[in-house]
Design a protein around this ligand. Structure first.
Ligand code: UDP
Length: 336
């Protein structure tokens, strides 16, 4: 079989989702070159430390400033913080990474090349319908505390679909629902990683509000399988946007209680609700199932959390993590 050797760029390839995508890309026989652009704001070099593959090159810089002498056959744009405390901390930088990053990367794509983008269920805001189909236009506060993330994902979707309309750009847009698993930062701040790290350090799991708000928690391997199939493996022609995630909705308090059950003596501490916290989130996966027959995010939250728990336990036991930052500093930051 004859391959066209492909040159691929992944922005955010040192991040949680990005590093798992890099692992999958490196399994491709038609991959000639893989350039990762990452400024290590929320990503980490350690996420790719296991990779010994001469096709991979990591460029540590902001995606919006990256330049290249040659163009790429495929670009996968993932560079962005995804955890509320991180993106709320520097909203302008969040918008630059998503929107200006996409504008810059579009100029680095070969004519006829493919541009894939990880959008988010946050485009639905605090949804008034459940589950959310891709056709639902959402309820987003465009000046609220989550807006730098929500609106920059929405704007990038607009940029890509409008470029497709006027010039035929080959795009793939996936809307990811809550995803968790190994390689999240210890200080990521999202629910599953927070609860696990808190259970293993202070013993106090911080539940915002009364914990009745719900999410659909997708284990990373399932989500990456969907992304791989949609972005390149299944040779899918519809551009999306397509929801990717787990469609079993579970309240935050149930997740916290499950993590608590893994560490005897750990307890729940209730905190103020997070700012503009959506009350629910659940993907309608009808389109994903049509596009990728047989794909499902089948890992139960119990299995996924146990795997993630083991991974964090090893991380916290590693000498480098214990020193910088130490669990006490981490838990202080996590406790907010
Ligand atoms: N959450 C919580 N405690 C934490 C972190 C998050 O109760 O330490 C809640 C948060 O308020 C939200 C849900 O868990 O209702 C999911 O939050 P996360 O930050 O993981 O994702 P997102 O809000 O972006 O869906």
């Amino acid at each position: 079989m004859r391959f066209m050797a492909r040159s691929v760029l992944v922005s955010g390839g040192c991040g949680f989702i990005g590093s798992h995508i890099v692992d999958r890309l490196l399994l491709r026989g038609d991959l000639a070159e893989l350039v990762v652009v990452d400024n290590l704001w929320t990503g980490s070099r350690s996420n790719l430390a296991h990779v010994k593959d001469a096709r991979l090159r990591v460029e540590v810089q902001d995606v919006e400033n990256f330049t290249s002498a040659h163009r790429f056959d495929e670009i996968i744009h993932l560079a962005s913080p995804a955890s509320p405390p991180w993106y709320m901390r520097d909203p302008a930088r969040t918008i630059r990474a998503n929107v200006v990053g996409a504008l810059n990367l579009l100029g680095l794509l070969k004519p006829g090349g493919r541009f894939s983008f990880a959008s988010t269920s946050e485009v639905y805001g605090d949804p008034a319908v459940s589950p959310q189909p891709e056709s639902y236009r959402g309820a987003v506060d465009c000046t609220g505390p989550r807006s730098s993330y929500d609106e920059s994902k929405r704007c990038t979707e607009a940029l890509l679909f409008e470029t497709r309309r006027v010039s035929g750009l080959d795009v793939r847009v996936a809307r990811l629902f809550n995803t968790y698993g190994p390689r999240m930062r210890i200080d990521d701040g999202r629910a599953v990683s927070n609860f696990i790290v808190q259970a293993l350090t202070t013993g106090a799991l911080t539940v915002h509000g009364d914990g009745s708000q719900s999410r659909s928690w997708g284990y990373v391997d399932d989500v990456i399988e969907g992304l791989e199939r949609f972005f390149w493996r299944d040779r899918i022609s519809p551009a999306g946007p397509v929801n990717i995630g787990n469609d079993i909705e579970v309240p935050v308090i149930e997740i916290a209680n499950y993590v608590r059950s893994l560490v005897p003596g750990s307890r729940i501490e209730y905190r103020e609700p997070a700012p503009h916290d959506p009350s629910n989130r659940c993907p309608d996966l009808t389109m994903a199932r049509q596009l990728m027959p047989g794909w499902r995010a089948g890992t139960t939250y119990q299995d996924g959390i146990r795997r993630t728990f083991e991974w964090f336990r090893e991380q916290l036991a590693a000498p480098s993590v214990a020193v910088e930052p130490g669990p006490r500093e981490i838990s202080r930051a996590l406790a907010g």
